[in-house]
Design a protein around this ligand. Structure first.
Ligand code: B1M
Length: 211
């Protein structure tokens, strides 16, 4: 019951209440993984679906994500102590020349909500930074966001540099952002285009599960 409360309060964006309920659940001895999956992630999944269907919008997603982060902060050290593994590792960024980060941040939050570990490279990220991070940190996924028609081409460069670095068969390259399309994704040889943050997180999880 408390887990359902956490999910509902998260959906309503009530960060303080989510935090208090998560603490209560910990104190009651509910397993940490269960609090994460059946409380926080379940709530974020509902928001993700609603966002995909235009039933809620960016502000609601941001407050829900903030509530999730507050709850997750309490769980993080306990998860680490219990040795619960993230489902996979992603490095994400907005490509070189592009400073738009609202969509990228949403994708990151949704991925974290699915239990993925996400390295946020920020905005204006050079292709070699994506590739070096993926290689050095052992990421299964490189996730590139672009909002400008003038910068989306950088994604093709990320694919080329991953090939040149010899890691192309070890990483999936995901692309997205308003001007990006399925056709463009195929054209540059990336692995997946997804139109929104929730489907990006679903696809990333699918890739990690298949590896
Ligand atoms: Co800019 N901007 N902007 N801007 N801006 C756009 C993108 C633009 C369409 C506005 C317009 O002219 N109508 C236009 C681009 C035109 C084009 O290239 N076709 C534009 C322009 C031209 C510019 C400047 C060049 C303006 C100037 O200075 N002359 C400049 C560029 C700066 C730069 O980047 N070098 C600029 C600057 C800015 C601000 C700084 C003012 C601000 C950004 C603030 C910030 O991000 N911190 C800004 C904003 C806010 C916008 C608009 C209004 C909103 C973008 C946004 O955040 N949308 C935008 C117009 C619009 O879209 N209506 C516009 C909400 C966000 C949730 O959506 O990012 O699409 P989005 O993310 C979605 C999906 O696309 C997807 O999931 C998200 C959620 O579902 N998604 C992925 C995103 N990344 C993904 C990755 C994935 C999968 C899915 O897998 C890895």
């Amino acid at each position: 019951m408390i887990l359902e409360d956490i999910s509902l309060k998260l959906q309503a964006g009530r960060a303080k209440e989510v935090k208090a309920l998560v603490q209560q659940a910990i104190d009651e001895g509910i397993p940490v993984q269960q609090i994460l999956e059946e409380g926080l992630v379940s709530g974020m999944n509902v928001i993700g679906e609603k966002f995909k269907n235009n039933e809620v919008f960016v502000p609601e997603v941001l407050v829900a994500a903030r509530a999730m982060n507050q709850g997750a902060q309490l769980l993080k050290p306990l998860l680490a102590a219990e040795g619960v593994k993230a489902h996979g590792k992603v490095c994400i960024g907005t490509v070189q020349g592009d400073l738009h980060d609202i969509g990228k941040n949403l994708v990151k939050m949704m991925m974290e909500g699915k239990g993925l570990e996400v390295i946020d490279l920020g905005t204006d990220v050079a292709p070699e930074t994506f590739v070096e991070t993926a290689r050095d940190e052992g990421c299964q996924i490189i996730a590139c966001s672009a909002l400008l028609t003038t910068t989306m081409g950088v994604m093709g460069e990320v694919v080329k540099q991953a090939e040149a670095a010899g890691i192309r068969d070890q990483v999936k390259i995901m692309v997205g952002g308003a001007p990006v399309t399925e056709d463009f994704c195929r054209q540059i040889g990336a692995d997946a285009y997804t139109p929104d943050a929730a489907s990006a997180a679903d696809k990333a999880l699918e890739f990690c599960a298949a590896l």
